[in-house]
Design a protein around this ligand. Structure first.
Ligand code: ADP
Ligand code: MG
Length: 424
């Protein structure tokens, strides 16, 4: 065997339009046409693309591809925007999916109030069936240094393979707990949701259904201490009902898990025993649910140094997610400007070809170092609202790319000024 094994995969994710047919039927029907289409048309890697209608019209063998909403081709050994070559076509793995149109379900519990009043409704968790139309293109639009997302996906898939093979936990430890930590606004919560969506698409042959259950840590650990222990039990009893079916994959998201540590810190306050009880209840329940091979726990934290050590210890991987690099910022800008062109607010111009704009885009990216992904994504709107000239409601008027880039630069300067004022 060659030490430099050439084995790699090209994953093709095929999102289908709403349709009456069963997925298994469509999978058989579309397998060959999808492969033919990818051989015929150069599809850029790492971007969801619509199929070329003209090609489908002119080629009767591809007619059934009208059922396809979009395609995403990814290859671990190639960069975003590159194309496949002939050798790569031998490594295609197709993943068909029909996104769930159902909206998220909020699980609430009614709590009695201590004073004999009406009581309160506490949001305990949010529940999505995946792949969900809510999270389409979320993965592609989260931009990090090369390989970070792929590393997390590989981790999650390996963890599931180990659990599916019932690895002896006394010999090899794998808790299936992944923690993303770092400053606010860097995409941690989004990345967990996107990862769960990705697993739903990639692991469909093993798991018929994937559920994402987001535990609402804030409401569990804030004002309901005296009842929170019970609430945690009720919540996990619900989760267990889903986990019990081995065809379900259950991703449990504990967002901002530091609120757990916060709960313990409050133990010197009024209700120390209750606070202790709820944190213990959560940890015990997490340990118990992990016994099932079809559970993956995803946690995020903005303040990793305050996380409860008992929780931190259980994480197999603790991934720091920092502010975007200049290269990532530039790519985020490209995605936003492309979207502004697609929707017709700015005039269509090539971002790469016009060198003058390239320079401006790089300057823009340099000046944006230190801004989080969340702040960056707000800039086009601020630039348009505050720094473009016309105050008329002219829906058809398109802005020149160069003018818009100037407006973006002004919006960044404004952001820096506002930040300074807030600190002083
Ligand atoms: N690296 C990034 N690339 C693209 N978008 C990002 C990035 N980081 C953050 N965002 C955007 O910022 C928004 C907030 O992200 P969120 O997941 O709530 O961050 P966090 O949980 O770290 O506070 C999301 O809409 C996301 O699209
Ligand atoms: Mg978050």
């Amino acid at each position: 065997m060659s030490l430099l094994s050439a084995k790699y995969s090209v994953h093709v994710e095929i999102c289908l339009k709403p349709n009456e047919n069963r997925l298994e039927v469509l999978e058989k029907l579309l397998d060959v046409p999808v492969r033919d289409y990818i051989t015929l048309v150069k599809v850029p890697l790492g971007q969801s693309v619509k199929l070329d209608e003209n090609i489908l019209e002119s080629n009767s063998a591809l007619g059934d591809l009208k059922l396809v909403e979009s395609l995403l081709v990814e290859c671990e050994v190639k960069h975003i925007g590159e194309f496949l070559n002939e050798a790569d076509l031998k490594h295609l793995i197709l993943h068909f999916y029909s996104p769930q149109r159902r909206i998220m379900e909020l699980e609430t519990f009614d709590m009695e109030s201590g004073d004999g009043g009406d009581g309160d409704t506490v949001p305990a968790s949010s529940h999505w069936l995946l792949p969900s139309s809510n999270f389409l293109q979320l993965w592609e639009n989260l931009i990090y240094e090369d390989g970070l997302k792929e590393k997390l996906l590989k981790f999650a898939l390996s963890a599931l393979i180990f659990s599916q093979h019932s690895v002896n936990p006394h010999i090899i430890s794998c808790n299936r707990l992944l923690l993303l930590h770092g400053p606010p606004g860097t995409g941690k919560t989004s990345l967990c949701k996107a990862l769960a969506q990705k697993l739903a698409i990639r692991a469909r042959r093993t798991f018929r259904h994937t559920h994402l259950i987001e535990i609402n840590s804030h409401s569990l650990f804030s004002k309901w201490f005296s009842e929170s222990g019970k609430l945690v039990m009720r919540l996990f009893a619900k989760i267990r009902e889903i986990v019990i079916d081995p065809h379900n994959l259950v991703c449990v998201l504990i967002d901002e898990v530091e609120s757990l540590a916060y709960a313990r810190n409050c133990m010197s306050g009024q209700e120390p025993k209750d606070a202790m009880r709820v944190v213990n209840a959560l940890l015990t329940q997490l340990d118990a649910i992990k016994e099932h091979p079809n559970v993956l726990i995803l946690a995020t934290s903005n303040l990793a140094d305050t996380i409860d050590l008992a929780f931190l210890d259980r994480a197999d991987i603790k991934q720091y997610i920092g502010m975007p690099s200049v290269a990532a910022i530039k790519r985020i800008y490209e995605t936003m400007l492309t979207e502004m062109m697609r929707i017709g607010i700015i005039k269509r111009q090539s971002l790469n070809e016009i060198d003058q704009h390239e320079g401006l885009l790089s300057a823009l990216a340099e000046r944006s170092i230190g801004l989080s992904g969340r702040n960056l994504r707000k800039l086009p709107f601020l630039a348009h609202a505050v720094h473009t000239a016309s105050s008329d409601f002219d829906v058809d008027g398109k802005i020149d790319l160069c003018d818009f880039l100037d407006a973006m630069l002004e919006a960044i300067e404004q952001h820096h000024c506002d930040q300074k004022l807030m600190k002083s």
